[in-house]
Design a protein around this ligand. Sequence first.
Ligand SMILES: NC(=O)c1ccc[n+]([C@@H]2O[C@H](COP(=O)([O-])OP(=O)(O)OC[C@H]3O[C@@H](n4cnc5c(N)ncnc54)[C@H](OP(=O)(O)O)[C@@H]3O)[C@@H](O)[C@H]2O)c1
Length: 199
Amino acid sequence: MKIGFVGAGSLARALGHALALGGHEVVYGVRAEAKLEAGEVPILTAIQAEVVVLAVPFAVVRELLPGLATQLTGKIVVDATNPVNADWSPMLLGQENSAAEEVARALPGARVVKAFNTIFADVLRQAPEPRPAGRVSCFVASDHDEARAIVVELARSAGLAPVEVGPLTVARQLEAMAHLNIQIAVGMKGGTNAAFVYE
Ligand SMILES: NC(=O)c1ccc[n+]([C@@H]2O[C@H](COP(=O)([O-])OP(=O)(O)OC[C@H]3O[C@@H](n4cnc5c(N)ncnc54)[C@H](OP(=O)(O)O)[C@@H]3O)[C@@H](O)[C@H]2O)c1
């Protein structure tokens, strides 16, 4: 499939690497259009792909999405963001809310899927070694069955073990899991070479 990232940072490049190994065509949408590096295109070009992955800070997503809503109508939009502050603490969005639900409200015509947010870029970048394919869990939530099924297959092709977790509101728990992941990695200095395995 054609996959367009919004962003070309750590997560985008690492997940893009894993997806490219899985046979997908990947481009990275960047704002610095004057100095494009390998695989990079303007954001408006990247979001023409069949599947668009949001891989920029959540605060940036909030700024960017209203201007992209028309172009993203009908698309599968994967929200891989985590709402964190500059010091890595959780950005508090309210108990009955999540970054993914904010994305869905900003993009009423898109099929929004929450996925990949609980996996560190350092883990994705190592694909296909040292962890065996299909070991690391990738939790996938969406209100759109077909979109969720497509992202499940994308995760599998990237060497991950997809776990369907239900509707988009479950993103509240997935974002909390990511906060825990960050707390262990950064707060407790456990490092980012670690991942959730659901078995
Ligand atoms: N890194 C991880 O392990 C990981 C894991 C799971 C989820 N996530 C989530 O993935 C997202 C990206 O994280 P990251 O670690 O990849 O961050 P990063 O390495 O700092 O990359 C951020 C990307 O966002 C772009 N960006 C920043 N401000 C922008 C703006 N105003 N307009 C357009 N693009 C802008 C940056 O482009 P410039 O180079 O032009 O600034 C860069 O491509 C975050 O929401 C994070 O919570 C990260």
